[in-house]
Design a protein around this ligand. Structure first.
Ligand code: KE4
Length: 433
């Protein structure tokens, strides 16, 4: 049943936050700007549920934007953090856990022969494109409209996620000369891709993409698009860079590249491999990775890269996924949600689209088939906003933006999915279409 939330404490915290933190948040999408409201402040989280400062409990489908694949505060991760932290929290000196993590990543993602740990997805993608430029001695990078690769200067062009949420796909503070080296084209447009390579091919250092774009809602590549990308990059000597910060270790052990059987030259990773702590990574062919300092001429570094506590948290999470046969379990839960949503949409009319891959999903508020950012932007933002607040009133927290993807965790049980479907049934109105 719906309940009117007390938000007194969250409102007071937000007021205080705005005095010392820009917009009151440490990352823009948390500000609830796209749903015209004020954010709640979390007090704690466990499993599939979060509790806010006023004691309201929510079934959580944001999952801290992807890392919480087991659910929040999993016991195995907490124990690993505690045990490791007692031996020291940071050394700036090589430690064995960094080897264990590197071996695990290379084992799960066969295209990765060597990997470098960093502290965020942004660092991972920023470093990967620098490496691509250093290795190929070229300067241009192709990206796709709506794909978000973190707040890297040269990639905040027609970006998704928070940049899109604020309706300013480009950002102030980026010199035109930086953006000039970035070619942006619509996703799922093979003819445009071929034209771009025909025109710029031998100046292109690399193509970076989310193989399943999930920062403009969840978009799926059309048949043959990723294979075309692989053949064109090979033909022109450009590197194919999969940004699997979100999809890596999430849609399968080996990410999208395992599902589609396409081998990129470099992969950016993050989120799940940190177990909730700040971790990113990038890796790929040893021949390319060996261009990185101290072996090669491409500089990249980080005080906390490979932090032992973060390595322990990430390893505990990956091991738990393996022990629980997590990907099979997530597919089962995801299918239960999908079956229920499709039943609801049958009666609610044609004004909705639904995409899901494993434990990642997105409900779009448009009758348009979703193929790229242009189609996503036909969504009815007001209908999404009403949906968001109705779902929250039903005790279900979905991303406060139509340009994000939902995440199911191993802690979401069948009864939670039933509760979610009941909330969706009440929260979406029959579309006019
Ligand atoms: P971070 O620098 O935020 O760790 O990762 C950047 C990044 C890179 N690549 C992909 C595919 C990503 O999804 C992200 C970050 N994702 C957003 C959520 N859509 C982070 C949420 C936020 O910005 O607060």
């Amino acid at each position: 049943m719906s309940h009117v939330r007390d938000s007194t404490k969250s409102q007071d915290l937000f007021r205080k936050a705005k005095l010392r933190i820009p917009g009151g948040v440490n990352s823009p999408v948390r500000a609830f700007r796209n749903v015209d409201g004020d954010p709640f402040f979390v007090d704690s989280a466990k499993g599939a549920y979060i509790t806010d400062a006023d004691g309201n409990h929510y079934l959580d489908y944001v999952g801290t934007w992807g890392p919480a694949i087991l659910g929040h505060a999993p016991d195995s991760v907490l124990q690993a953090i505690q045990k490791t932290a007692l031996k020291g929290t940071s050394f700036g000196i090589p430690s064995e856990l960094e080897i264990t993590m590197a071996e695990k990543i290379c084992d799960w993602v066969p295209s990765v022969e060597k990997v470098r740990m960093v502290n965020s997805g942004t660092e991972a993608t920023m470093s990967a494109i620098r490496l691509a430029r250093g290795y190929t001695r070229r300067t241009k990078i192709i990206k796709f409209e709506g794909c978000y690769h973190g707040h890297v200067d040269s990639l905040l062009v027609a970006a998704g996620s928070g940049a899109l949420t604020h309706g300013e796909p480009d950002s102030a503070g980026i010199p035109p000369s930086f953006a000039a080296e970035t070619i942006t084209i619509p996703f799922n447009k093979p003819e445009l891709l071929k034209e771009c390579f025909a025109k710029y091919g031998d100046t292109i250092a690399g193509v970076i993409l989310e193989p399943y774009p999930a920062n403009a809602g969840l978009i799926l590549p059309q048949e043959g698009f990723l294979a075309l990308l692989r053949s064109l990059t090979t033909q022109y000597g450009s590197l194919l860079i999969f940004d699997e910060v979100m999809t890596g270790f999430r849609v399968a052990r080996g990410g999208v590249q395992e599902l589609v059987g396409i081998t990129p030259d470099l992969t950016a990773m993050g989120k799940v491999i940190g177990g909730g702590l700040p971790v990113g990574a990038f890796g790929g062919k040893a021949e390319i990775m060996n261009f990185l300092a101290p072996n090669g001429p491409v500089y990249q570094a980080g005080t906390l890269s490979g932090n032992p506590v973060a390595m322990a948290a990430g390893l505990a999470q990956l091991n738990e996924m393996e022990q629980q046969n997590g990907y099979q379990a997530l597919e089962k839960t995801g299918a239960q949600l999908e079956d229920g949503v499709k039943e609801i949409l049958k009666e609610k009319g044609l004004g909705y689209q639904w995409n899901r891959v494993g434990s990642m999903f997105c409900l779009f508020f448009t009758a348009e088939k979703i193929i790229n950012l242009d189609s996503v932007q036909t969504s009815d933002l007001n209908a999404f906003k009403n949906f968001f607040w109705r779902m929250l009133a039903e005790g279900v927290y979905v991303a406060p933006s139509p340009y994000e993807t939902g995440f199911i965790s191993l802690s979401h049980h069948s009864s939670d999915i039933d509760k979610t479907l009941s909330a969706i049934q009440k929260s979406i109105t029959p579309s006019k279409k």
